[in-house]
Design a protein around this ligand. Sequence first.
Ligand code: SF4
Ligand code: SF4
Length: 465
Amino acid sequence: MTLQTHPSSEGGLARGLSSPLQPFDIGHPSHIAVVEPDTAFWGLVRKDKLSEALAGGPLLDTYHAQADNFRREMEMLRFGLKPSAVYFNPTERCNLNCSYCYIPEPMRRSGQQMDQATVLDALERLHGYFRGHMPEGRLPQVIFHGAEPLLSRTAIFAGIEAYGDRFRFGLQTNATLLDESALSFLTERGVGVGLSLDGPNPGVADRTRRRWNGDGVFDHVVRALDRLDGYPGYNVICTMTEANLPHLTEMVEFLHARRVPAGMLNVTRCTLPRARGVRGDDDRVAKAYIAALERTHQLYRTSGRKLVVANFANILIAILAPTARRLMCDISPCGGGRSFFALAPDGDLFPCSEFIGLPAFSGGNLFRQPIEEILNAPAFRRVTGRRVEDVPGCDGCPIRHFCGSPCPAEAYEMNGGMGQKGAFCRFYEEQVRYALRLIADGRHEDFLWDGWDDGTVPSCAIGAA
Ligand code: SF4
Ligand code: SF4
């Protein structure tokens, strides 16, 4: 893959040509970004040299020299991938009633659940599918997801035991059922563990994540965090809502103090109406998020230890080296249905877990149809064919390939169709501005995993000072 970075330009000599590069103000005192939206080629130029840079010179020369390569890379990333992961939902049920959950309440109260034989049968079919196209030596990923997957603990642990050499396993859990023996089982087998926690104390965390009777679960999560201390394969997802925005900085301090290696600060997915009731306003979310990211930077500088905010690191990587990105929400088409898909407890396949409450997006059933056929079903093609350049308002946006206008499920449910924007346009814009400011100031590496660019080929070094 290529590092899609560029040195600052002092401008060029050739004038009078119409430039393919669009200026994008990043709120930096001395620099502005210029972007060619289709290839995601970008550069940082001094504001006083902008018109010269747009007219010609080294920046445009580099663009013209590399545009075809970048275009091909983007095309491959957007349309040439095959699935390498599955979000495996063994149960629709959950012992919590979180305020922004995308799974409808009747399903979470008393929905379907797979038994052990069904989990094993599903894994065998998935293995057969992935074996057909995954490169030798690379294992596909199965992430047990929910609702709460540990309600099917016996079945999924049998699956991990039987298929540990054929998949890389992960588990996303609310931590309430993560006892000592479950943690030993998972950590001894190198299973990735994702925990959900929305605040640094019960007063904040329990506002959004509660049992059906209203009791909070903060203490359970903290016990699990303490037990996982030192295990490299875990992370914490914090969903940003109106309820915790004033506490995000405290939240990253809390996670850093517990030596959590990576976290995510996710926007609320507004697919279901209830989630829209707790979503934060774009500008307030952006402000609190950037303040929290700045705090992670200070903590790194004073302690030498990083708390990587993975969803933000992914945006930086999307800018620096698009094909190295790891998460697939901030690109269009998004990863749903093309780099991964989701399995529901009745065997139906959906492009992403976010669609599981929307029956129109079931592409077919794993136990009755070949997976290749399901991935080509109209329900999947609606998602895999959603292109940001076709979305009104995004069609002229210079940063559309660093954003992708997520999420198609919420665009469909909340804004009247897949062809509309998702819920957080201004937040995504601010996030990209901040990422480019960090690059302009040479601070971006501090927000990334060490070794994030192993295997990348730099096209040129960043020299944006
Ligand atoms: S949602 Fe907003 S930031 Fe994202 S591509 Fe569309 S216009 Fe740009
Ligand atoms: S944008 Fe939405 S549908 Fe696509 S991968 Fe992300 S959550 Fe799933």
